[in-house]
Design a protein around this ligand. Structure first.
Ligand SMILES: [Zn+2]
Length: 207
């Protein structure tokens, strides 16, 4: 997703649960995943190139880092790990066909975006779940505004450019991706609330 959208969703989902300082560190870590160093050779950060399993594993690893960090002194690395986790969790809905698989289950009038279930197991485990492949150089040209339409003419259906739901410009599915990503961010927070001890949770939220 576009960086401002990651930031806006993270603020909306986590703002009420963290101190202002903690929230800024989480957001900075989330944004950093989209820096050039996080784009090259890191499909798992963004669920690119069909890195479904790798992306899911990355989320679990970062959750593990949050826990491990909270067991040692200091809390900064727990916030940073959680920021990285939220980025990947949010990109899942923008870069895979999860939204379209979810909508395929309904006939007639589709449910509204806020009704989307972000963690439907049968879809996460579905063999039909896939993410956009990056085709060079067309998927790079896609990011140059005046080249975008030309790139789209030649990009295959399973390309990052054709599949991505990064911004409202991508059409009506974007609102489903955003709603799912927001809910998933809240879900990840609630999950940590469940698994952390009250002392660890208090340290984590820093309120
Ligand atoms: Zn990303």
């Amino acid at each position: 997703m576009l960086i401002p959208i990651h930031e806006e969703m993270t603020r909306e989902a986590l703002g009420p649960h963290f101190s202002a300082g903690a929230l800024e560190i989480i957001i900075a870590a989330n944004r950093k995943q989209d820096a050039l160093s996080g784009q090259i050779g890191h499909d798992e950060f963004h669920f690119d190139n069909n890195a479904i399993e790798k992306g899911l594993r990355y989320i679990n690893e970062q959750r593990g880092f949050v826990l491990a960090s909270l067991l040692s002194p200091g809390v900064l690395s727990a916030w940073i790990a959680f920021g990285r986790l939220t980025h990947t969790a949010q990109d899942f809905y923008a870069h895979t066909n999860y939204v379209s698989l979810w909508l395929d289950q309904f006939n007639g009038t589709p449910p509204t975006p806020v009704e989307i279930d972000p963690v439907q197991k049968s879809l996460i485990q579905s063999p039909s779940l896939h993410s956009g492949k990056i085709y060079f150089p067309l998927d790079v040209l896609y990011f140059i505004p005046f080249m975008r339409n030309l790139a789209l003419k030649f990009l295959p259906e399973d390309s990052h450019g054709k599949m991505n739901l990064d911004s409202p410009k991508q059409g009506p599915y974007f609102e489903y991706a955003r709603a799912a990503a927001l809910k998933r961010t809240q879900y990840e927070f609630e999950l940590l609330k469940k698994i952390l001890t009250p002392e660890m949770f208090a340290k984590f939220t820093d309120l």
